[in-house]
Design a protein around this ligand. Structure first.
Ligand code: CS2
Length: 478
């Protein structure tokens, strides 16, 4: 069966009622500027915001800003800013159109347009999903030029800083900057980044701007041609830019919004005064396990996260990591246990319908691992303990970073520090000591200087090199 109608305003009334958007584009005015129009935002915060507006009203339409790619903007414009979310892995595929996008912008092509959007008095929240690597401050000439008006503000800190200054000049009122990326302490971190950027511009952080922390959670893989086909069938219209997501979704938000906020609680979000227990649990349990599956599975030559979980011994290994290491270093939120949380994570990772690729999760290891694994390692060292399982996962990343699977097939290294990794590897002997020593240098010095950690990583690296990932996992407890 093929579908011939293209998603757009005129197609909506012919869709099954359950597939129609809860809000139609143009029905509410913009209240949020969102930086990063990727799949994750469209399947997570946009869905919550649409449901919140449908339940409780408010002008909280989202102006979606694509950082680089113009293609997504063109496609969304052709569809009257509508797209669909395909929920995969439940009893049957489900798809629904989302209509909360109230405007579109392009950071690379029109940075001053983004600054103007942030300065609009109707906007009361600037949120972002720009991935871990966008939070590096590269304090170089180009960064400074973006803040002193000598170059267009294209980086995230520059857009925010220039946007806040324009907002103050326009008397546009209080604002909340809401970081929705997977970083430990994401609120304070972005506050610090903006403060530093403003200092370069010779300004101080205005006191009517808040930076609450959030924990975001939903698995949203890259959309494949198969997902597009399935989205069209489930939706009843062709969509050039659907996103695919698992049934599970969670959002925990620190409730500090000086300019107000949508009624996200009505959409199922948890509003709280302390996100830290959620954030730490998610990064150190879910995301750490995800990275472990990605590197070990990729080394074993497996394409999907769901495949990696089927490696003999893998679920046991991950449970041991959760029980022996994560559980000792996190205090979960009330009513949640690390082992119960871990079990739901394993069920979610087994969702084969998502087609989530190991190589996608494996990207940007140098930016992700500090939040996911290194905190656990440091924390256990502070307790006088050690962390053999976390060391195995770190060793797997190092094997991965060399660029070859156990079969000898090449593996792509997609990481902002790829050049430094290659240089470090080229300068070191290709032995376990050499590789581990060279790559530990990329992380904070406390790690490289810890002999216990170094020896443990070398031991696992040696096993991975000699026997491969599958055998190392299978015999991890031997
Ligand atoms: C994944 C996350 O790509 C990755 O590194 O671990 O994107 C993960 O799917 C989400 O954090 C789930 O909420």
């Amino acid at each position: 069966m093929t579908v011939t109608t293209r998603l757009g305003l005129s197609a909506l009334d012919s869709l099954p009622i359950a597939n129609r958007p809860l809000v139609r584009p143009g029905e509410v005015r913009p209240g949020i500027v969102h930086l990063g129009l990727g799949a994750f935002h469209r399947a997570h915060q946009a869905v919550y915001t649409e449901a919140a507006v449908a339940a409780s009203g408010g002008n909280w339409g989202i102006v979606g800003i694509a950082p680089r790619s113009r293609e997504i903007l063109d496609q969304l414009r052709e569809q009257d800013r509508l797209y669909s979310v395909l929920t995969a892995g439940g009893p049957a595929d489900e798809a629904r159109a989302i209509g909360i996008l109230a405007g579109l912008g392009h950071a690379a092509g029109d940075p001053y347009g983004v600054v103007a959007a942030i300065a609009d008095p109707g906007i009361r929240i600037v949120s972002m999903t720009v991935t871990e690597k966008a939070y590096r401050i590269l304090d170089d000439g180009h960064f400074r030029a973006q803040l002193t008006g000598h170059a267009p503000p294209v980086s995230v800190p520059a857009l925010l800083a220039r946007g806040l200054l324009a907002r103050r000049a326009a008397g546009a009122g209080p604002l909340t900057v809401l970081c929705c990326d997977n970083l430990q302490n994401n609120g304070p971190r972005i506050r610090d980044m903006v403060t530093r950027a403003l200092a370069v511009a010779g300004a101080e952080l205005p006191d009517d701007v808040a930076f609450p922390a959030t924990m975001v959670d939903r698995i949203v893989p890259a959309t494949s041609a198969d997902h597009r086909r399935r989205a069209a069938l489930a939706l009843g219209a062709d969509d050039a830019v659907p996103v695919v997501a698992e049934p599970f979704t969670q959002w925990v938000i620190e409730d500090r919004f000086p300019g107000g906020r949508p009624d996200w609680a009505a959409a199922g979000a948890i509003l709280t005064d302390d996100v830290t227990p959620w954030e730490t649990l998610k990064l150190r349990a879910l995301n750490a396990v995800h990275s472990a599956l990605a590197y070990l599975g990729a080394l074993a030559g497996l394409p999907l996260i769901a495949d990696s979980l089927e490696l003999p011994g893998m679920p046991e290994l991950l449970r041991r990591f959760l029980a022996d290491e994560v559980a000792l270093t996190v205090t979960p939120p009330p009513g949640v246990t690390v082992s119960g949380y871990g079990e739901t994570v394993l069920v979610r990772f087994a969702n084969r319908e998502l087609g989530h690729r190991n190589l996608q999760v494996a990207m940007d290891g140098t930016q992700k691992l500090p939040h996911r694994l290194l905190g656990t390692i440091h924390h256990l060292r502070d307790l006088g303990a050690h962390s053999p399982w976390a060391a195995l996962f770190l060793a797997a990343w190092m094997r991965f970073a060399r660029g070859y699977a156990d079969s000898g097939a090449t593996l792509p290294l997609d990481d902002p520090l790829a050049e430094r990794i290659r240089e470090a590897l080229a300068a070191a002997p290709d032995t376990p000591d050499g590789v581990v020593g060279a790559l530990l240098e990329l992380f904070p010095p406390a790690l490289a200087g810890d002999d216990v950690v170094r020896r443990e990583v070398i031991r696992w690296y040696t096993s991975l090199e000699r026997y491969g990932a599958a055998a190392t996992v299978r015999e991890a407890f031997a």
